[in-house]
Design a protein around this ligand. Structure first.
Ligand code: ZN
Length: 262
């Protein structure tokens, strides 16, 4: 990294803004975010020392979830805030300073452009991307009636673990402060007949290993759901549409059931 990187802004004028906002009906209860939708890299970081084929892997972004999120946003006509830069530049679902926030190695691939960073270089990425993205989400939440809001975080996961073991779940529901939404959504998904639904699988949601849901929703005790879809199911347009249509049908049912319980 050059001295110039340590002092100048990370993003040049004309480079993509860190987030993309899709607006919907103001009275929709759903606020959706997509932390790992994009895989852009600021020009001054080059390719982070990774060969081109690595940029097609899950280490760079959540395969398929940007498209699912966009179809779902259109169907629900709700707010969606997408991150456009790669999780390898900075992972927007990690707190600033987290050990995997700017990964020096990701799923076995060394990310040379992330190795040996100075505190100033880390801070530059936090300020240009992480904080700008989360400030935008905060801005929307701060203007809403939070009694009429369900916060939905969208992700996708790899079909196999690092050791090659297959993951059986089609979809996983991650939760921490709000197990009710996850339980209701699990019932709805299992009502589809043939889905294997993970309960805090393939990951457990908590304040140590994740950031977005605890920060925006947990802190406010806001109803929230983190959805993880298996990547092989949403790697093409047909699968992306199928899952978006399914979630667009079930999320309003979840919201109605939540209100009935209240
Ligand atoms: Zn993700």
């Amino acid at each position: 990294m050059s001295q110039q990187n340590e002092t100048g802004p990370l993003l040049d004028e004309g480079e993509a803004h860190p987030y993309h906002v899709h607006h919907g009906k103001e009275d929709s209860p759903f606020v959706m975010i997509s932390d790992h939708a994009g895989r852009m890299v600021p020009e001054r970081l080059g390719d982070l020392g990774l060969p081109p084929d690595e940029w097609d892997r899950h280490i760079a972004y959540d395969i398929g979830i940007r498209e699912v999120g966009r179809h779902l946003q259109q169907a629900l006509d709700c707010l969606l805030v997408e991150q456009v830069y790669s999780r390898l530049v900075i992972d927007c679902n990690r707190a600033a300073g987290h050990p995997t926030s700017i990964p020096p190695i990701s799923d076995g691939a060394p990310v040379r452009g992330n190795q040996g960073l100075s505190a100033a270089e880390r801070q530059q990425r936090e300020e240009a991307i992480l904080h700008v993205y989360h400030d935008e989400i905060e801005r929307h939440l701060s203007r809403r009636n939070l009694d009429e809001t369900l916060f939905v975080s969208l992700h996708s996961f790899t079909p196999a673990m690092q050791d090659g073991q297959a993951r059986p779940w089609h979809i996983g529901l991650l939760h921490d402060h709000d197990p009710h939404s996850a339980r209701l959504m699990k019932e709805l998904l299992e009502g589809e007949g043939n889905l294997c639904v993970g309960d805090n699988q393939p990951y457990v949601l908590n304040t140590q290993n994740e950031y977005s849901v605890p920060y925006h929703a947990g802190r406010r005790n806001l109803p929230a759901l983190e959805i993880e879809i298996r990547q092989d199911l949403i790697s093409d347009e047909a699968g992306q549409r199928l899952w978006a249509e399914r979630l667009a049908r079930l999320l309003p049912c979840l919201w109605e059931r939540r209100k009935d319980m209240a």
